[in-house]
Design a binder for this molecule. Structure first.
Ligand SMILES: Nc1ncnc2c1ncn2[C@@H]1O[C@H](COP(=O)(O)OP(=O)(O)OP(=O)(O)O)[C@@H](O)[C@H]1O
Length: 211
């Protein structure tokens, strides 16, 4: 048993399920995610990956089973700033610029010490686009603007739905770099993806969805 697996998990799911019209979307899930771990949510189209991430983010209600956060039943209010969800919608206001969107997110959830919106935008490759309305950015640039939140916000757990979608080769490497740094610093992440290439932060845990 490693030191990480002996410690209290950051997030635990026990017989977790979500129902639509009384039908389970996926078979009950059990998993534990510790600080310093990456978990990949794997499964076919429609198997429930996005549903699981939205459930973990608190956007859907658990139908059966239990979620625990740092060893106690998960209370949304208590961990709201510790869990950062990046879904397909990316959570950006299209009329605002990347800089304004980040300032808005920082106002709601706080900032990591020493990290500024401009430094975060520079790191994701958006120098020169700080003041452009998000609606005028390409799909990959929008994704990069959303990824800048990972650098800015001090969240322990990242929930990433298809983090590589719309990104070029450098963008994929950027996601891997952010993930590697996050887990090395004691963070944890759960990511849905149809394929991860080039992640060098250790063998990820795999959560397999069965519809
Ligand atoms: N808003 C919704 N209302 C009703 N059913 C939905 C809704 N969203 C998803 N579903 C259904 O729930 C199931 C799981 O969908 P989900 O989006 O979680 O799958 P996924 O594994 O993320 O798929 P993909 O790989 O295509 O992104 C699918 O059968 C889908 O049709």
């Amino acid at each position: 048993m490693t030191a990480a697996s002996a410690a209290t998990p950051l997030l635990e799911a026990h017989r977790l399920s979500f129902h639509r019209q009384d039908e389970p979307v996926f078979a009950p899930l059990d998993f534990r995610l510790h600080a310093g771990e990456l978990a990949l949510v794997e499964g076919d189209n429609g198997s429930g990956k996005t549903t699981l991430l939205r459930l973990l983010a608190g956007l859907l209600h658990v139908s059966e089973g239990e979620l625990r956060w740092r060893g106690a039943p998960l209370q949304r209010d208590a961990c709201a700033n510790e869990i950062l969800f990046l879904g397909h919608q990316l959570g950006q206001k299209h009329e605002l610029s990347p800089r304004e969107n980040l300032a808005f997110a920082a106002g709601l959830h706080g900032c990591r010490a020493g990290v500024t919106p401009d430094a975060a935008l520079g790191e994701v490759g958006l120098r020169g686009y700080e003041d452009e309305p998000v609606r005028r950015l390409s799909a990959g640039q929008k994704k990069r603007a959303a990824l800048a939140r990972l650098l800015l916000q001090p969240a322990a757990l990242w929930l990433l739905d298809e983090p590589y979608a719309n990104l070029d080769r450098q963008g994929i490497a950027l996601v891997n770099r952010l993930l590697e740094r996050h887990v090395a610093e004691g963070g944890a992440a759960l990511a849905s993806s149809h394929g991860v290439a080039g992640f060098h932060g250790g063998e990820p845990q795999r959560i397999r969805m069965h519809g």
